[in-house]
Design a protein around this ligand. Structure first.
Ligand SMILES: Nc1ncnc2c1ncn2[C@@H]1O[C@H](COP(=O)(O)OP(=O)(O)O)[C@@H](O)[C@H]1O
Ligand SMILES: [Mg+2]
Length: 244
């Protein structure tokens, strides 16, 4: 193969990688949209009911006032949800200073419904602020991937996920740990390759994209997983340069 052929092949490969990255981003965005709809739906339902009640009991001003107060509260909840969603959604080009603890909390909130449906206990160990200059939507995407992988791993076990965030020397970290069965030995060395998945409906693109996003931020994404020891489970850890 001549040098020109090799270059052409390389260019094709680059194009395929970019297309792959785009498609995975779109898949993640649609999952986010679903989770956000859920958060919007609860207060909306509450407001609908309260408006109905207020109309039914319009001859009792005291009650109506009470309903209005609750409606106001629910509207504030709605405002918070949409604001937060928007702050992550705006295409962020320039990195800004963010607290990893806040990003972790947003990710947990985003998946609160799924976590509780699966009966998963979440331990939070936050020693913030853990400031880093990041494109927050991308970091949120990575954390979200890690949480969803942890949920998948926990399918048939006593379900526990622990999330840590804090400062290290010259860096900040965010770690997601689960007490699942660990990563299959045959896959340990290939996790970050595209299309490597053990799931029926998996894409095998989550960790591949996550590592790319983290290295674009000059950080590292590493993991530890149990063999046949006393400790059981898997931990993924993001390290990023501190903004301080
Ligand atoms: N927390 C975890 N515990 C066990 N295995 C994991 C965990 N996270 C990832 N894996 C393994 O890594 C594979 C690749 O993950 P990922 O790139 O996110 O793709 P997908 O989730 O679509 O399979 C998974 O299919 C699974 O086998
Ligand atoms: Mg995944």
């Amino acid at each position: 193969m001549g040098a020109a052929d090799v270059q052409e092949l390389q260019e094709k490969l680059d194009r395929v990688e970019r297309a792959l990255e785009r498609s995975e981003r779109i898949a993640v965005a649609s999952r986010f949209a679903g989770a956000i709809m859920h958060e919007v739906n609860n207060p909306l339902e509450a407001i609908t009911n309260l408006v109905y009640l207020a109309r039914e009991q319009r001859n009792e001003p005291e009650l109506v006032l009470e309903y209005m107060t609750t409606i106001e509260e629910q509207l504030r909840v709605l405002g918070r949800v949409t604001n937060q969603a928007l702050s992550y959604h705006r295409e962020q080009v320039e990195p800004k200073t963010f607290d990893l603890v806040q990003i972790a909390q947003s990710a947990l909130k985003l998946h609160a419904d799924k976590l509780s449906r699966h009966g998963i206990t979440v331990d939070r160990h936050f020693r913030g602020p853990a400031l880093a200059k990041v494109r927050a939507n991308e970091i949120l995407q990575v954390v979200s991937n890690l949480i969803l992988n942890a949920v998948d791993a926990l399918a048939e076990h006593t379900r526990r996920i622990s999330i840590r965030a804090g400062r290290c020397s010259g860096c900040v970290y965010l770690a997601v740990a689960d007490n699942g069965p660990g990563i299959q030995p045959s896959h340990v060395n290939r996790l970050f390759e595209p299309y490597v998945t053990t799931k029926q409906a998996g894409t095998g693109l989550g960790l591949w994209l996550s590592r790319r996003l983290i290295s674009n931020h000059h950080g590292a994404l590493r993991f530890r997983t149990s063999q046949q020891g006393k400790w059981q489970g898997t931990t993924f850890r993001i390290n990023l340069p501190t903004a301080d």
